[in-house]
Design a binder for this molecule. Structure first.
Ligand SMILES: [Mg+2]
Length: 229
């Protein structure tokens, strides 16, 4: 049995500006915070809870409570849902994703889960909107931790508690689009598949040591071959 752990944003789907808008409005509603930097790469932890923690910590001058963080994130999810419902297409899936997930799901040898910087509610909203939620069991979310590495660890622990035997490192794969995904996989000793459709990013991935890179999920047979090899 292989464990396939997927990141969501930039890997399975892209929701574009909707997310940033909902996030900015939530911060404005609760704390009148404006002009938030939506280049998520600049934050120490590129996760929903990590980003809100950092912004509020700076704004308040002291670490925020969990309640303060989740108040904002609850509003954010409500706004995100509104953003999704008032548009015909709230973004798009990475080419070939649905077919790939369906192909994996139809086979007994794969368990699929999620490790994402989204809080669980946001992840569920996105996955159901894109009709992908049914493929995944358990998952690790920004509710579990601020740090991506700890989120990935939580996802593996949940998968291990569902499976009859724990997954060996050689049988677990993290599929993501960001170098922080790769570093987390490497830190836990599990294999990584990089999804990136730009040459620049692919070069950056390779120079950091990413061995397996695909532009999207169109070549599902090849990706499955790599996983099974
Ligand atoms: Mg991502």
């Amino acid at each position: 049995m292989k464990l396939l752990i997927f990141d969501i944003d930039g890997t399975l789907i892209n929701v574009g500006e909707a997310e940033a808008r909902a996030f900015q409005t939530a911060l404005k509603e609760h704390y009148s915070i404006e002009n938030v930097d939506t280049n998520w790469d600049i934050y120490e932890n590129r996760t929903d809870t990590g980003i809100v923690y950092e912004i509020l910590n700076e704004h308040l001058g002291h670490p925020p409570s969990k309640n303060q963080i989740f108040e904002i994130l609850d509003t954010y999810v409500t706004l995100l849902e509104k953003e999704f419902s008032c548009r015909k297409r709230p973004g798009k899936e990475t080419a070939g994703t649905s077919q790939f997930l369906r192909a994996l799901h139809s086979r007994q040898e794969f368990m699929m889960t999620i490790a994402t910087g989204n809080i669980k509610k946001a992840a569920q909203l996105k996955l159901s909107w894109f009709k992908m939620a049914q493929y995944f069991i358990g998952g690790g979310f920004a509710d579990d931790a601020y740090k991506r590495l700890d989120i990935l660890r939580a996802a593996i622990e949940r998968a291990n508690s569902v499976n009859r035997v724990p997954f060996g490192k050689e049988n677990a794969f993290f599929i993501g689009d960001n170098l922080s995904d790769f570093f987390s996989a490497r830190a836990l000793g599990i294999r990584f598949i990089g999804i990136c459709n730009s040459k620049k990013k692919a070069n950056q991935f390779s120079s950091e040591g990413v061995k397996i890179i695909f532009p999207n999920f169109m070549k599902k047979v090849n990706i499955i071959e790599v996983i099974l090899s």
